[in-house]
Design a protein around this ligand. Structure first.
Ligand code: G1P
Length: 293
């Protein structure tokens, strides 16, 4: 079945990014001038997906407004003949069909995804964490690449990234074997294992293609790490019913909810921009030199 639907969980408190995330969703934190969640939406759009469900929580209205039309702003820009900005603003509200649902209590990623049940129906779907930007080395949408793996194997697929073996306890970690072409056959999934328990150093990296039977698995999943319903634990149940694959990332994952990653990503994207890259580069070099003295 063709994948047409995506789910973006964006309901968390963003406690790793306080105080900036106190009254503003971390998914709206900008990389240069564009909110993180807009990059995620672009990835979705470039994978040919038509419908997106965002799972949001308290204080997340800014996300709704960002993807809605803003007629006052549009007429102001039109009056001043600022055509480029006007087109940019209009494009955002025309991205995909976007739906919103509120997660009533923050009970973990598995619980958040369970709110997508009626939106998804009996179709396979993509899950994208709203605070994570993925840049592939070939420039393709990683969701598009994962959909190709799904179509080939007709089974769930998660994105995998090699992490420092000392940091496995921050992630969902998989076990299994590499089949070639960056495709990994998964036989185990563990959420935030200790270094000793971890079956590998391949971490689940914020992108999933799931089949609708994941919802029954979520229903059967007890609270796990951090007393939350973990998507990883539900996927471990799904693994007992189906083959399960991983696609190893050939590229970079930017976790915007992490302060250091946020700063690094901003610098990287600013350096790549035609309108400011050279100025930013000079500023960084001069500042680093000055601070050395
Ligand atoms: C979540 C998932 C984890 C995954 C990580 C990074 O953890 O539960 O399995 O590896 O995202 O994508 P969190 O960062 O919310 O603690």
């Amino acid at each position: 079945m063709k994948i047409r639907k995506a789910v973006i969980p964006a309901a968390g408190f963003g406690t790793r990014f306080l105080p900036a995330s106190k009254a503003q969703p971390k998914e709206m934190l900008p990389i240069v001038d564009t909110p993180t969640i807009q990059y995620v939406m672009e990835e979705v759009e470039n994978a040919g997906i038509s419908d997106v469900l965002m799972i949001i929580g308290k204080g997340k209205r800014a996300i709704e407004e960002h993807f809605d039309r803003n007629f006052e702003l549009e007429s102001e820009l039109a009056e001043k003949n600022r055509v480029e900005e006007l087109n940019q603003i209009r494009r955002i509200s025309e991205m995909c069909n976007i739906f919103f649902v509120y997660q009533k209590e923050l009970n973990g990623l598995g619980d958040a995804v369970s709110y997508a049940r009626s939106h998804v129906g009996d179709e396979p779907f993509v899950v994208l964490l709203g605070d994570t930007i993925i840049d592939t080395n070939n420039g393709n949408s990683i969701t598009a690449e994962m959909i190709r793996v799904y179509e080939q194997h007709q089974a769930p697929v998660v994105l995998l990234e090699e992490v420092d073996p000392k940091k496995v306890s921050r992630y969902g970690i998989v076990g299994g074997k590499m089949l070639g072409n960056n495709i990994f056959e998964i036989d185990r999934l563990v959420e935030k294992p200790s270094v000793e328990e971890a079956p590998s150093n391949l971490a689940v990296a914020g992108r999933y293609i799931l089949t609708p039977d994941i919802f029954e698995c979520i229903d059967q999943t007890p609270r796990g790490k951090n007393d939350e319903i973990q998507l990883t634990d539900a996927m471990q149940l799904l693994l007992k019913r189906r083959r399960f694959y991983g696609l190893k990332l050939d590229g970079v994952r930017h976790d915007i909810g992490n302060k250091l990653d946020f700063i690094k990503t901003n610098i990287l994207y600013a350096l790549k921009r035609k309108d400011m890259g050279e100025d930013v580069r000079r500023f960084i070099l001069e500042t680093a030199e000055r601070l050395k003295q």
